[in-house]
Design a protein around this ligand. Sequence first.
Ligand SMILES: NC(=O)c1ccc[n+]([C@@H]2O[C@H](COP(=O)([O-])OP(=O)(O)OC[C@H]3O[C@@H](n4cnc5c(N)ncnc54)[C@H](O)[C@@H]3O)[C@@H](O)[C@H]2O)c1
Length: 371
Amino acid sequence: MDLVILKETRDGESRVALAPDHIRLFTDLGFTVRVEAGAGSAAGWSDGEYAEAGASVAPDMEGALRGARVVVKVRPPLPEEILKLPPQALLISFLSPADPDPAPALAERGVDALALERVPRTTRAQRMDALSSQATAVGYVGALMAASHLPRFFPMLTTAAGTIPPARVLVLGAGVAGLQAIATARRLGARVRAYDIRAAAAEQVQSLGATFVQAALPAEAEVEGGYARELSGSEEDRQHQLMMEEIPAADAVITTAQIPGRPAPRLITAEMVERMAPGSVIVDLAADTGGNCEVSRPGETIRHGPATIVAPLQPAARLPQDASRMLGRNIAALLKEMVTEGELVISEDDDIVDAALVVRDGRLRKSQAGG
Ligand SMILES: NC(=O)c1ccc[n+]([C@@H]2O[C@H](COP(=O)([O-])OP(=O)(O)OC[C@H]3O[C@@H](n4cnc5c(N)ncnc54)[C@H](O)[C@@H]3O)[C@@H](O)[C@H]2O)c1
């Protein structure tokens, strides 16, 4: 069973699906691991490190893919890459966000595909949860970006030159990324407030030493799987009023709000940004799905009135070593469930495989919209 690690080709992507440290997890399962030359270089790992860890190195993509049973990647493959994948191979990677949806082309090529973002958030699948592992990196990176763009300290400091009050940080969306942003900003000494439409987030926010901000919605906003639903018009009005008070009172805002399968909710308007204090910062971590701030430009850092707005794409790629290590462990845990006596068995009766398997034997099992 040949397992191939491909080099990422999308702009700004510095992660790799497997770190050299984790090759052994795959050889122990019975895989022979091959890496495309340069696959780890953007994360700081040389081909030599992969070779020392037990992988062979192929000079190019075509060479790497010859005879591949499993192909691992971080980001969705590009149309031209799909045409190089060997039919009957199993691709494991994120398949979303991507335009066009790669799934129909994978089906046409006859490549089976497991989408990492579809692994269910169940207890058994926790170790395979790549959305969570990458969101952890996103929240951490977001808090550091806010601290580095703010022209002030995060912590309270008492010095001979006077006392400096702590920065006021507001985190919007308290899922996995938001909670990690709160924890990181707290470690840096900021005073943190956090808002989420799911009431269940309150306890987690408070346990990190932050203050939970509520919009008092008339109905529960949490749907199946712990995700958020879209708000109605009148609920959005309440949220708008709350944000009009909260945003101008914050020195740094870190936004992480998402609704699965939908564009990111717009929480911050241009008017709110214009009411912020000079030097304020917004880090919009939902830029990949359009952004939580009306004036964000995905992939850019801009000034709008008194504030700097940072909207990084794929922020987890800014922490490539640990983000890749976590992803590699997620993939190893997934494959461990699928290997029986040295054979890869793709069983649609397994709830994790059933949920994540998007393409099988040339048949499209799920669409990008979530069906
Ligand atoms: N294995 C597990 O049990 C497991 C693992 C990870 C996450 N989860 C749960 O899954 C759920 C989703 O987590 P996620 O990090 O993937 O979320 P996500 O990335 O889909 O969204 C981020 C956050 O944005 C919030 N949000 C959406 N609209 C908003 C709005 N208008 N205003 C403010 N906030 C808004 C959501 O409630 C969520 O907390 C959570 O309940 C989390 O606890 C469970």
